[in-house]
Ligand binder design. Structure first.
Ligand SMILES: [Zn+2]
Length: 95
């Protein structure tokens, strides 16, 4: 039996550490390629967020995998949601 995944992978000390690493890279937005203003307040639409290249909904075990974490604008991140990184399904409507 698979072990229970606690929370959504965005809590706790390991997560905060990884998020800080991504932030410290001062990378441009992985989704749109534009630079991120790292001085913006966290709730700003263009502020920095950590984005999962492979969405947690697809691969929750990659929640803390540094190679799966990239910088993204809050807005871009929320626009993509869980869709990005998921391979396009050939049959989008099977039902
Ligand atoms: Zn962006």
């Amino acid at each position: 039996m698979p072990s229970k995944i606690k929370g959504h992978g965005r809590t706790g000390r390991p997560w905060r550490r990884k998020a800080a690493e991504v932030r410290a890279s001062f990378s441009p937005c992985w989704l749109c390629g534009d630079p991120i203003d790292y001085t913006l307040p966290p709730n700003h639409v263009w502020s920095f967020t950590v984005h999962h290249k492979v969405p947690l909904a697809v691969a929750p075990w990659l929640a803390h995998d540094r190679s799966n974490l990239v910088a993204a604008h809050r807005r871009c991140n929320s626009l993509q949601g869980d869709r990005l990184g998921r391979p396009p399904t050939p049959t989008s409507r099977t039902w």
